[in-house]
Design a protein around this ligand. Structure first.
Ligand code: F1P
Length: 362
């Protein structure tokens, strides 16, 4: 595959040019800090609910784990549609909550309706995360973290996802007056360096015709990111792609592991040994293993390895896992001669009829 051909795609450019967008959203976070403090200090927040759709649902799951880890506040991440269709389940009791709707476009109907349901049935501030400051969502919420520099032409979310993830992590830190700015501020340069170093490997694996199925494994804050990597592979390349918690993979799904499988492990620091055991077992079943890990690995223990820097807590390291896996999906798409910029059956935003959504009772 020629590099020239790859560079012609919006998706390629959007994957590669992500670091500047990360720096930009960190600047926006600083500008919003006093507003966030006013909203979160105003009264004791007893629960945080993150919502989104598709990629931003997986971002919401990741954010909830990070939030509860960093703040100790009970946090959940659910699809926007769950809050619309089963509000009593999501809003389990009357309490003072923070709602964080996440939407690249800021116009997804389910997310806009979920915000209305929250306003009708619960109480507390709403802080949105989006790429579009002039969107319906941004004009509805109490404050918005805006990833202005992460706009994309492509349908599949790449830099928008990772930039909103950096923004959400920074927002969470602000809830507890933490200042992870130094650590988060180091991520853009580190991520650029990693992506440049591993892009040839991602092209090699993406164009390897022996792989017919892809499994992405992640636990804790990395499960939502494993789901997003799965979705990228599915959306961009129309490939068989699944995501599981590491240890869940043994409970049935590993039955279809064989030499046609590439198993990608997003390893954490805190559960590394348990996760490592699963990858070792899958290799014995014939799968090829790509390990993305915050620890150095001896050669020969896995087929391929992407090393991430130590010195970051699991909760802050998440954005670094995705650009390489987005590039893997991109090259798989070119290998299969499908257009990664325009995935089959998809549009950049799912717009439904809001009046129907408001009027329909179950
Ligand atoms: C949500 C979303 C994307 C998906 C596709 C359709 O959009 O489901 O996650 O990849 O592009 O829209 P948004 O609410 O984040 O704008």
């Amino acid at each position: 595959m020629s590099q020239v051909l790859a560079e012609q795609y919006h998706t390629y450019q959007e994957i590669v040019n992500h670091a500047g967008a990360w720096r930009d959203v960190l600047t926006d976070l600083q500008a919003q800090a006093s507003k966030v403090k006013e909203l979160s200090d105003g009264s004791q927040i007893e629960e945080v609910i993150f919502i989104g759709c598709g990629s931003t649902h997986y971002l919401a799951r990741t954010a909830a784990f990070v939030c509860q880890s960093l703040t100790g506040i009970p946090s959940i991440g659910v699809p926007s549609s769950e809050l619309v269709l089963f509000p009593a389940t999501v809003l389990a009791k009357d309490t003072h909550r923070l709602l964080v709707p996440i939407s690249r476009s800021g116009t997804t109907t389910e997310t806009l309706r979920a915000i209305e349901v929250f306003q009708e049935r619960s109480r507390g501030p709403i802080i949105g995360v989006t790429c579009y400051e002039q969107s319906d969502m941004a004009s509805t919420v109490d404050a918005a973290i805006v990833a202005r520099a992460a706009h994309e032409q492509s349908v599949a979310q790449t830099r928008s996802f990772t930039t909103m993830l950096v923004g959400v992590i920074g927002l969470i830190a602000q809830l507890v007056n933490e200042e992870p700015g130094e650590a988060l501020g180091r991520l853009p340069e580190i991520s650029e360096r990693i992506l440049t170093a591993v892009s040839p490997l991602m092209q090699q694996l993406g164009t390897d015709a022996s792989f017919e199925k892809f499994f992405f494994l992640g636990s804790g804050p990395l499960y939502g990111l494993a789901c997003e990597a799965m979705l990228k592979m599915k959306e961009m390349s129309l490939s068989h792609s699944e995501a599981f918690h590491f240890l869940e993979f043994r409970h049935g799904p590993m039955s279809i592991v064989d030499k046609r499988a590439l198993v990608v492990g997003l390893l954490s620091e805190s559960a590394f040994l348990y996760e490592w055991d699963v990858l070792t077992e899958m290799r014995k079943l014939g799968a090829c293993i790509l390990a993305i890990t915050p620890r150095p690995l001896e050669a020969g223990l896995v087929d391929w390895h992407v090393g991430l820097p130590a010195g970051f807590p699991d909760a802050l390291r998440g954005p670094l896992y995705l650009p390489p896996l987005q590039m893997l999906a991109f090259h798989r798409a070119l290998h299969k001669e499908v257009n990664p910029d325009r995935p089959a059956n998809l549009t950049a935003v799912v717009n439904l009829d809001m009046e129907t959504m408001r009027s329909r009772k179950g």
